[in-house]
Write a protein of this length. Structure first.
Length: 169
């Protein structure tokens, strides 16, 4: 995970919301910036709820560098979910105030929790598109393809989305 020098690792997160999304995405970015410093933010994209009937989601990708291990980052993300009063249920396809997940932690490949890289990268356009926007030359740790190459091959009709302007940054 971390080399002997404890060098910073580039981390990319997906963030989405369909309950007061502007409020909760902005709150997440502010909180993450206070904890990790300068963030790399993708554009914000609107897309229909996937897997259930619900309000449209706003999604984005957030990047930063850290020396923290993934388990520590996950605890911070859980605290962020709590701050957003996210309601937990067993159905992963439901409306939510905030959903933030680790997509990539450097070039770490792990089958343990969290499973990295996150499969959502290659599964959902609303994750891959924003990631390819902020890190087009970043190589997927398993396939070795760049995010822009994966995005170019992605069937974008399966997850139609449009860029929206909101005051996140």
């Amino acid at each position: 995970m971390l080399d002997a020098r404890n060098a910073p690792v580039n981390v990319y997160l997906s963030a989405g919301s369909n309950i007061a999304p502007e409020r909760y995405l902005k709150m997440a970015c502010q909180q993450l910036e206070s904890e990790y410093g300068e963030l790399t933010l993708s554009s914000v994209y609107q897309n229909a709820a996937f897997g259930f009937e619900g309000d449209d989601f706003l999604n984005m990708v957030i990047g930063f560098s850290t020396r923290e291990k993934p388990t520590v980052i996950i605890k911070r993300l859980e605290s962020l979910h709590d701050k957003a009063k996210r309601k937990r249920n067993s159905d992963p396809f439901s409306s939510r105030t905030l959903d933030v997940d680790i997509l990539l932690y450097g070039d770490l490949v792990s089958g343990d929790a969290p499973k990295l890289p996150r499969e959502d990268i290659e599964r959902y356009g609303f994750v891959l598109g924003p990631l390819a926007e902020v890190a087009p030359e970043l190589r997927h740790p398993v396939s070795g393809m760049t995010m822009s190459e994966i995005w170019a091959d992605f069937d974008r009709d399966t997850h139609a989305m449009q860029k929206v302007e909101i005051g996140i940054a």
